[in-house]
Ligand binder design. Structure first.
Ligand code: AMP
Ligand code: MG
Length: 406
């Protein structure tokens, strides 16, 4: 039996980065840059006004009065030198006219015809300096950065219209089992509906990948080989079911039949234990358990980080936090238990309670939850003690309560 970490390490060592492609800046959202982005100019390009107000030379003020001799809206330039004692009415964003060094906001002055009376103003106030945001030559977005809305804005500010990003991973998904029917069918004795293809495809999409649904393989060696062959057109293949040692489990045999080297492990975890990983024609193949919860949890631990690595991400694992148990929690078994938990934030600390019945066939135990609590083998924690929790919901990644309240 191998540990979760050992299985992750062995798998991730074999995952290589995909090629890059050129996309429009906007389509770069949630993708990763394979290169540094360097500022082609200063931002802002010139000293400019941070307020609607009056620009003037601070040293030239006499008796707190200035004569207003011009108007400068954003988008225009005032080229003539402004003499001492004079002011230009200036709008936010307009470049500071030559001779001026300070701006006083409109609401702070007393206006009287062409004249204004100033309050006490410090030299240089309300002026945004050239290059104070970004200076020419700065590495603004380093290689390996995830492009979020703020990076998209910055790339646009630097004049970009297209850029290179790592390509999305195409991930083929195959369900196996004679008992499976596709959604839309009516349940029949002995049959059940294939939900794994869709939960796994959604997990692929959620990780930024591009799922390719291969449907269901019947429980025969030939049918399994045919579907795996089709899956090799993608960048990776995820198979669910048929991976144990039952009489109708053909996944491992099919991969070997086709020349794949199979790492077959019993991973020391609950839910999920059987896991096969193979490289076939240079493509990673993940064979996950058929059990719906085990399939999704195994995807979280082994497939998601692999997709993220292939797509150039630096941070490939979910955040893990310490959370205070709201109820006692016990693991009587001899494998680490990933208990589906409900995580919330109270008074600046994470709290966690379990989603109730933890049977690994119950998809509802995942629906109620937003985290996976790690319970060591043969351990028993009292309410109030801390447990480590893997945060699955995006809202929790930044440590917020998700209710929008400050
Ligand atoms: P297996 O690993 O093939 O023995 O499958 C274990 C159990 O997982 C099966 O008996 C089904 O109840 C369930 N299962 C397998 N594949 C799927 C699937 N695609 N969707 C939903 N449940 C599945
Ligand atoms: Mg099966």
């Amino acid at each position: 039996m191998v540990s979760i970490e050992e299985a992750q390490r062995t798998i991730l060592e074999q995952i290589t980065q995909l090629e890059t492609e050129k996309v429009s800046v906007f389509q770069g959202l949630n993708r990763v840059t394979p290169e540094d982005h360097i500022a082609p100019w200063d931002i802002p390009a010139a000293d400019n006004s941070a307020m609607d107000g009056f620009a003037f030379c601070h040293a030239g003020v006499v008796e707190n009065r200035l004569k207003v001799t011009g108007f400068l809206p954003a988008g225009e330039v005032h080229e003539q030198q402004v003499p001492a004692g004079e002011a230009i009415r200036i709008m936010t964003g307009a470049p500071i006219p030559p001779g001026c060094d300070t701006v006083v906001p409109i609401e702070d002055v007393e206006e009287n015809g062409d004249w204004i009376r100033l309050p006490v103003v410090k030299a240089g106030t309300h002026v945004r300096k050239r290059g104070e945001d970004i200076a020419l030559g700065d590495v603004v977005i380093p290689v390996g950065s995830l492009l979020r809305p703020q990076e998209i804005g910055m790339l646009s500010a630097m004049g970009g219209t297209s850029l290179a990003v790592y390509r999305r991973a195409r991930v083929a998904i195959l369900s196996t089992g004679d008992e499976l029917l596709e959604p839309g069918s009516t349940p029949m004795p002995g049959k059940l509906i294939n939900s794994n293809s869709y939960s796994l495809a959604a997990q692929v999409l959620d990780a930024g990948g591009d799922p390719v649904l291969l449907g269901i393989a019947a429980d025969t060696l030939e049918a399994t080989c045919d579907k795996i062959r089709a899956g090799l057109n993608a960048d990776m293949l995820v198979i669910t079911g048929g991976v144990s040692v039952g009489d109708r489990d053909f996944v491992k045999a099919a991969i070997e039949e086709m020349g794949g080297q199979v790492n077959f492990w019993k991973v020391n975890m609950k839910p999920g234990k059987p896991l096969a990983f193979a490289m076939l024609d240079g493509k990673p193949i993940f064979a996950l358990p058929g059990n719906p919860v085990a399939a999704m949890v195994s995807f979280e631990l082994f497939v998601r980080p692999s997709i993220l690595k292939a797509m150039g991400h630096r941070r490939i694992f979910r955040p893990v936090v310490k959370a205070v148990l709201q109820e006692p929690a016990k693991n009587k078994g001899n494998r680490p238990h990933l208990v589906r938990g409900i995580v919330s934030v109270h008074e600046n600390s994470y709290c966690v309670s379990t989603t109730g019945n933890q049977s690994s066939g119950r998809l509802s135990s995942l629906i109620l939850g937003n985290g996976l609590m790690k319970l060591a083998p043969e351990s028993s924690l009292a309410a109030g003690e801390e447990a480590e929790v893997i945060l699955l919901d995006r809202g929790f990644e930044m440590g917020c309560s998700g209710d929008g309240a400050f």
